[in-house]
Design a protein around this ligand. Structure first.
Ligand code: AMP
Length: 324
């Protein structure tokens, strides 16, 4: 079920992976289930807005049922390419008791190794571009192809990356950073990218690399938004039933970008709202393995959780620490 969209909704393009994931957590395991950054980003964004256009590659082994599932959820799949000569990207991970810690057990790039995304003409006027975690060279190739509504490029580019690219392709990543508006990364990646342990100082250094807006995700400790002169802190929803954090970061990104696209506004107030919406959607995805929880979400459930975020962080009125 998806939420009806407003007349000002900006078309969203999501580029990333569509994958098979095998996941082990202290609470269970799942083998070769649907995953990938574009899957989570796309499903989360589509819950909030339309159109949401997907660009990714899958292999000969990718089941039609999964394609049908993405289609049913209302994602535009003109840019989902099937490579008949290889297998779908496969990722396996194991989480520790501290679910913020995970070990990657396998990354089989398969068809992703030769992925040169060609953005379909019908996608090129997209206004909001979500660049999922991919090789910066691929992200640059996408940036070169998206014309936006008037040829000047998209209105908003939102980027995800990870430690692998920070270490392996720092130059390419720097080039991408110069061309994005919003970077969404976790706290460890922010420290690594900036070479600075203090997050506030790290944020200043990263924003000087290009992205005007920065979101630093801190797992179960919420997220920090740096936009204009504003610093905004959103909590994470305290959950008792937490099964699998896979895709939480991507779901956050999809919720964040989807909310902004739905509003058609990218100011600091809209960004603050977007952080809360992204956090709310991410809090659902961790309740089940894979993207399952994203598939049966209802607008009422999301609204209720957003209200819970209000209650979580409301500071009591009339607080005075020094008596008059
Ligand atoms: P997240 O938990 O939000 O960081 O993202 C998890 C998703 O990222 C999984 O569904 C994986 O398929 C995907 N993934 C893992 N490693 C990579 C990688 N190196 N490049 C692109 N996607 C990846």
């Amino acid at each position: 079920m998806t939420v009806p969209t407003g007349p000002s909704s900006a078309p969203v393009l999501v580029v990333g992976t569509v994958a098979f994931d095998s996941i082990e957590t202290p609470f269970g395991h799942a083998e070769r289930i649907l995953g990938g950054s574009a899957t989570y980003v796309g499903l989360a964004a589509r819950f909030l807005t339309a159109p949401v256009r997907l660009c990714a590659v899958v292999g000969r082994d990718f089941p039609d049922d999964y394609v049908g599932l993405l289609e049913e959820r209302g994602l535009d799949l003109d840019g989902l390419v099937r490579d008949p000569d290889g297998d779908t990207f496969f990722w396996a991970g194991r989480y520790h008791y501290d679910l913020n810690q995970r070990d990657t057990l396998a990354t089989h790039l398969n068809v992703l190794a030769g992925f040169e995304p060609e953005i379909p003409p019908s996608y090129r006027d997209s206004r909001v571009l979500c660049l999922g975690n991919l090789d910066p060279a691929v992200q640059l190739a996408v940036l070169d192809q998206v014309e936006g509504p008037d040829g000047a490029g998209p209105d908003l580019v939102v980027l995800d990356t990870m430690n692998f690219w920070i270490e392996q392709t720092p130059e390419g990543l720097r080039e991408v950073l110069r061309r994005v508006d919003v970077l969404i990364i976790n706290d460890a990646e922010a420290r690594q990218l900036a070479g600075e342990p203090n997050l506030i100082r790290a944020a200043r250094l990263i924003r000087a690399m290009g992205p005007e807006t920065l979101v630093i995700k801190k797992g179960e400790h919420g997220a920090l938004l740096f936009a204009n002169e504003t610093v905004f802190s959103a909590p994470a929803y305290p959950l008792e039933d937490l099964h699998d954090p896979t895709g939480a970061g991507d779901t956050f990104l999809g919720g964040f970008a989807g909310h902004l696209a739905r509003l058609g506004r990218y100011d600091a107030e809209a960004m603050k709202q977007a952080v809360v919406v992204g956090s709310a959607l991410a809090s659902f995805v961790v309740e089940a393995f894979g993207p399952e929880r994203l598939l049966d979400l209802t607008p009422g459930a999301v609204e209720e959780r957003v209200m819970a975020f209000h209650r979580l962080s409301a500071i009591p009125e009339g607080l005075l620490v020094v008596s008059e």
